[in-house]
Design a protein around this ligand. Sequence first.
Ligand SMILES: Nc1nc2c(c(=O)[nH]1)N[C@H]1C(S)=C(S)[C@@H](COP(=O)(O)O)O[C@H]1N2
Ligand SMILES: [Mo]
Length: 413
Amino acid sequence: MSWPSPPPGPFRRESWRSPLRGPWLASLFGLVLLIGVPIVAVTGFLSYAAYDPALGDNDLTPWAGLFRFYLFEWPTSPVWLYRFSQGVHVIVGFALVPVVLAKLWAVAPKLYDWPPVRSVAQALERINIFLIIGGALFQLATGILNVQYDYIWGFSFYDAHLFGAWVFTAAFVTHAAIKMPTMVRSLRHREADDVPEPADPDALTPTNPAPASLSRRVLLGLVGGASGLLVVLTAGQSIGGPLRRLALLAPRGRSYGEGPNDFQVNMTAENAGISSDDVGPAWRLEVVGTRTVRLSRDDLLAMSQHSEDLPIACVEGWSTLQSWQGVRLADLAALVGRANAPSVFVESIQQGTPFSQTTLNGGQVRDPRSLLALGVNGAELSLDHGFPARVIVPANPGVRNTKWVRRMSFADG
Ligand SMILES: Nc1nc2c(c(=O)[nH]1)N[C@H]1C(S)=C(S)[C@@H](COP(=O)(O)O)O[C@H]1N2
Ligand SMILES: [Mo]
């Protein structure tokens, strides 16, 4: 079969005229992605492990079992582990946006290859390229939107971002392996700034270049500058200090509350549907083990109190370090005869959302720094921060630090 000549427009090589395009430029962006993408991927897969240490009641993902092969019991040390890994995931993810767009621009002529199918190998490679582009844009879009907005999805962000990650990773690894020799070869030779690159087999270099409107160096400066700006506009949410005020792209990473309780709130008591009756004097914590004990807030305050400086670190990348006061999870486990519980299932007063419950693993229960917090920074917990009691566990993702706790069931081990 022979193909007709290319239709007018982008399928014609001569319609691509920027003198900046060429294999060196495409390979340079490729190299940056080759370093950046694995950082985002590894921290992302770590986040999944952190979410589901016991893979118990939290994991509502269909077919999640397929992806559990690498999971391990999430540790409690160092306390900043999730704060760091998820901060890196979100900050580097943002920083890669301009690089991904620049790389797409640099290789755009390839997307309009003519004839569209020449051989089985070429067709497979093209399918793979469309999976990478689709995967990258999907992951960046879902990730960024999740940081910006709450619950705008008709589907679970968590499932979509996880499946997207596997599709993208598989396509990325394949593409990197195929293109490695081309990248290494192309990066060896750099043309003077205002000269088009030599003709290349991938046909990225234009056949009839237009005069340059900006130099390659300026283009690289713009892409790098855009990445740097995105880092400045997000990093404060994880790093804190004066940078926090600059974290405009992380609108939920800012303060909320009064005095000692003046720090981030994602889910307010009002939005969670917590009424003052729920948390009034009639509130009891039900602790279930070999026996069931019902404790008032005063009963809890009469137990041995401990104070720990621990971060809250959200999947969205924001984090904050606070000083928490309350009773040890280990003491509650011992109280109901389950000192060696392999896990505890925690339920909130809040209803009707996966965030209202969590499973913590045995290491998290036994760590003496893991608290059921009654206070923060020396003051009573505010209602928005989880009054009468909330979970706070070192190195734990924020979402597993359940607020407005009503029941803790220590498993039999
Ligand atoms: N009951 C309940 N606990 C919850 C949540 C929630 O929506 N409901 N949000 C979680 C999330 S996603 C985070 S990051 C931490 C901190 O959230 P906050 O800022 O709303 O306190 O609380 C967690 N505990
Ligand atoms: Mo969160």
